[in-house]
Design a protein around this ligand. Structure first.
Ligand code: CIR
Length: 256
C-alpha cells in the first residue's frame, strides 16, 4: 500500500542540537544533508512518497521529525516534546499531518517524544525516558485506546529514547539492546539482540519489507541477515553526532 514519509531538511543550526549521551563534536551540516537526501531516496525506492515539512533553520533538531508525531491508521498524535527547545517544531508538523489524519494534540504537563513510541501491531510500548513522562503515556493512551490499542510505559535507562534501544524489524520480530531495555517487555515477540560491541545498532527502520540499517555495525548486520531479513545500508554517521538514528528522520504511515 502507498506510504507517506514526512521529512524535513537538516537545519543550518544542527551543530547546536540537544545532546544527552554524546559529547558535542563539530557537525558537517552539508554532509548531514547528503546523508538525509540518500535516506529520503531510499524511502522513495521502497514506495514512499516523501513529503517535506518546511525548513526550520533556527530549530537545530527539526530534522528529527519522528519526535513530534505518532501516527497510526486511525489518528495522528501531535506530541509535546520533552526538550523545551524542540516544542516549536510541532506547529508545522500539525499543519502537514492534518492533511492525512484527524489530530489529537497533547497538552502540558504531558511530555512525549515520538522516539519513545514503539508500535507493535496493537500493542504500543512507550519509553519513560528523560523526554517522556507518565502523563505523556496517559495522553497517548487516551488518544489510541479508543481504537483498540493498548499503551504501556516502560522505564528506559542508558538510551535517549525507547527506539534507540528497540525497533520492530519484521512482523513479530524486534531488534533490541538488552542492556538498555527489559527484554521481558517483549514477551510474545521474537527477538534479535544487537552485538554487545555495537550498543547503538538497535535503531532500524522497516519499510515495506526492507530494513533500513545504519552502516558501521557489521556484527549486528550479520545477525539480521541470519534472520533472512532484506537489509539496505544507510550512511548516518553525521546525523548520529546529533544523537539521531534512522527512525528519527521521518514519520512513515499509510496514505489513506
Ligand atoms: C535530541 O536530543 O532531541 C536530538 N538531538 C536527537 C533526537 C533523536 N530522535 C530520536 O531518536 N527519535
Amino acid at each position: 500500500m502507498a506510504k507517506v514519509a514526512l521529512s524535513r531538511p537538516v537545519s543550518a543550526s544542527l551543530g547546536r542540537c540537544e545532546l544527552t549521551h554524546l559529547d558535542r563534536v563539530p557537525v558537517d551540516v552539508a554532509r548531514a544533508q547528503r546523508e538525509h537526501d540518500a535516506y529520503e531516496e531510499a524511502l522513495r525506492a521502497l514506495g514512499c512518497t516523501v513529503v517535506h515539512l518546511p525548513r526550520a533553520d533556527d530549530l537545530p533538531d527539526a530534522v528529527f521529525v519522528e519526535d513530534t508525531a505518532v501516527v497510526v491508521d486511525e489518528v495522528g498524535v501531535i506530541t509535546r516534546p520533552g526538550a523545551p527547545s524542540r516544542r516549536a517544531e510541532i506547529a508545522s508538523m500539525a499543519t502537514v499531518l492534518a492533511h492525512y489524519r484527524r489530530l489529537y494534540l497533547m497538552e502540558a504537563p504531558a511530555t512525549l517524544d515520538g522516539g519513545d513510541v514503539l508500535v507493535l501491531e496493537r500493542q504500543v510500548l512507550v519509553g519513560l525516558s528523560r523526554r517522556t513522562n507518565a502523563e505523556g503515556v496517559a495522553q497517548l493512551a487516551a488518544a489510541l485506546e479508543p481504537f483498540g490499542y493498548t499503551v504501556r510505559g516502560l522505564p528506559i535507562t542508558g538510551a535517549l529514547h525507547l527506539k534507540t534501544a528497540a525497533t520492530r524489524v519484521a512482523p513479530g520480530l524486534v531488534l533490541l539492546n538488552p542492556a538498555w531495555v527489559n527484554v521481558h517487555a517483549f514477551a510474545g515477540w521474537r527477538r534479535v539482540e544487537v552485538d554487545p560491541q555495537e550498543p547503538w545498532a538497535a535503531n532500524a527502520l522497516e519499510v515495506n519489507g526492507t530494513v533500513l540499517f545504519p552502516a558501521g555495525f557489521p556484527r549486528t548486520q550479520a545477525r539480521l541477515l541470519a534472520q533472512g531479513l532484506e537489509l539496505q545500508m544507510i550512511e548516518a554517521g553525521e546525523l548520529a553526532k546529533a544523537e539521531g538514528g534512522l527512525t528519527c528522520g521521518s514519520v512513515v504511515f499509510e496514505d489513506r
